[in-house]
Ligand binder design. Structure first.
Ligand code: NDP
Length: 494
């Protein structure tokens, strides 16, 4: 489809901002709503239900009833599998619609909404559906007079709170394992991008998921989100978002019913390129592509680049030649690779960090300004700072925008020390042709994921999550079931 076709389709796509509770689309109980504005050109997309504590109570009560009567948890895993696979199929059938909603809502290029976000999200639902009837429980090696079973059971009612940068994919990472395991779920999407989560819940119903099992509660974090985090009848909370709010989630879990609280938080990932990297062009392309992908709004973006001093100039020449390829464009044009920043608050934050970097003495080599201002939308040029020092804010704090901070090193141990020298520990990378050096460095890097000689590999089969203040849980892979199941021991006298 050309950009005109996407613009035409955007005029007619159905957008419904009401909550989905107990199988029905509903307004917030007090009737309040908020405006959903598209960052691509400032157009108003719809009004969205502004849910609060009474709505959270209704959704959690519906979830609890659905869990207790076994309408989902009581089904055989193979039956749950069939419905989840149908759900994934429906996501593919609605690929264009879901992609369009995602792009309009949070500004990412349509080419990636279609081929990355819808694709990975449906694959995630499918993968957990496929997995659930292949997992066996255990029998403990006890004495002859007893039989001890170790079984996994769904934890019950799961609340999932997600951010706006990959709305559909973050939803899938939570609901995939939670639903497959037999739980009932209330999902609170970000107020900045709630539309695809709401549509997903409709598709799940169409696929045969019983009413009340998957509810979506749009609203603000300090209203709907907080009500879920403090709720006495939520058994587990899966949170993805900032470290600041993640800390509050843990506090609220402790303050209420000690619900299991799992956090996937921010990052300031270090990408270390040694002079003996096997392919400098590949290292540059991957480093630049990964920081500017999704407008830099990725938790694992390699936003701190440590390049060995002897190849710094060559690296920067190649990087600066590539940067213009990432100039922001119309997100509804399929050739665009950099879209809009999610909202005015985020735009201000990113531009603020750019000013801070300049004031601190870093050298601005590319970008640094707002772009496409006549579009009515929110765009920032791909930005690159050289001469960044470890203590500068642009080297230590998560910017969550298209800004790369380049630091150079002569001593790899010192680079690793600085790489580990932030509160975060989500991802990291090292590029070298010396495999022993790569393995030694990977072992020293305190991060949930370490890439060696690539940054782009990613798969549902491997866990994703952080060390330190990047969180305590793992999404994806079979490990994600740990968050949404309880381990039960049953002793039987023989
Ligand atoms: P926030 O922490 O601001 O918000 C995340 C979610 O929490 C939103 O739905 C938000 O609602 C809600 N929330 C806010 N305050 C509260 C509260 N007091 N109680 C309960 N819920 C609340 O993060 P962003 O949405 O800005 O997302 C960006 C962050 O997410 C970045 O730090 C990024 O690194 C991280 N992230 C981490 C990933 C990982 O896997 N580790 C993956 C993707 C992103 P509201 O919409 O109203 O703000």
């Amino acid at each position: 489809m050309g950009s005109n076709a996407w613009h035409e389709r955007a005029k007619t796509v159905r957008i419904d901002g009401r909550a989905l509770i107990d199988g029905r689309r509903v307004d917030a109980l007090d009737g309040r709503s908020f405006e959903c504005i598209s960052p691509i050109d400032g157009r108003k997309l719809t009004e969205v239900a502004r849910c609060d504590a009474p709505d959270a109570d209704a959704a959690v009560a519906g979830c609890r009833a659905a869990f207790e009567d076994g309408r989902w948890a009581g089904r055989a895993p193979a039956e749950r599998k069939r419905i989840l696979i149908r759900f994934a199929d429906l996501m593919l059938e609605h690929r264009d619609e879901l992609a369009l909603l995602e792009t309009l809502d949070m500004g990412k290029p349509i080419r990636y909404s279609r081929t990355v976000d819808v694709q990975l999200a449906q694959n995630c639902i499918r993968w957990y559906g496929e997995a659930i009837d292949k997992l066996y429980d255990q029998v403990a090696p006890t004495a002859q007079d007893s039989l001890a079973l170790i079984t996994r059971e769904p934890v019950g009612v799961v609340a999932a709170i997600i951010p706006w940068n990959y709305p559909m994919l973050m939803a899938a990472w939570k609901i995939g394992p939670a639903l497959a395991a037999g739980n009932s779920v209330v999902l609170k999407p970000s107020e900045k991008a709630p539309l695809t989560a709401l549509r997903l819940a409709e598709l799940a119903l169409e696929a045969g998921l019983p009413e009340g099992v998957f509810n979506v509660l749009p609203g603000y974090g300090n209203e709907a989100g907080q009500a879920l985090a403090l709720h006495m009848d939520v058994d587990s909370i899966g949170f993805t978002g900032s470290t600041r709010v993640g800390k509050q989630i843990l506090q609220m879990a402790g303050q209420s019913n000690l619900k299991r609280a799992w956090t996937e938080l921010g990052g300031k990932s270090a990408n270390i390129v040694c002079a003996d990297c096997p392919d400098l062009d590949a290292a540059v392309a991957s480093s630049i592509g990964s920081i500017y992908f999704n407008q830099g709004e990725s938790c694992n973006a390699p936003s701190r680049l440590f390049v060995e001093e002897s190849i710094r100039d060559a690296f920067l020449d190649k990087a600066l030649a590539l940067a213009p390829n990432y100039a922001p464009g119309d997100p509804l044009d399929e050739s665009t690779v950099m879209g809009a920043i999610v909202d005015a608050a985020q735009m201000k934050t990113v531009l603020g960090y750019i000013e801070d970097g300049k004031a601190a003495g870093a050298r601005l080599l590319a970008g640094g300004r707002a772009a496409r201002e006549d579009s009515g939308g929110l765009y920032i040029e791909p930005t690159l700072f050289d001469g960044v020092q470890h203590q500068m804010r642009i080297a230590r704090e998560e910017i969550f925008g298209p800004v790369l901070s380049v630091l150079s090193f002569t001593d790899l141990d010192e680079a690793v020390r600085q790489a580990n020298g932030t509160p975060y520990g989500l991802a990291a990378a090292v590029w070298t042709s010396d495999m022993s050096k790569a393995i030694r460095t990977a072992r020293k890097l305190r991060a949930g994921t370490v890439h060696v000689n690539q940054y782009d590999n990613d798969d549902i089969t491997v866990p994703f999550g952080g060390y330190k203040q990047s969180g305590n849980g793992r999404d994806r892979s079979l490990h994600a079931f740990d968050k949404y199941t309880e381990l039960k021991t049953t002793w039987i006298q023989v």
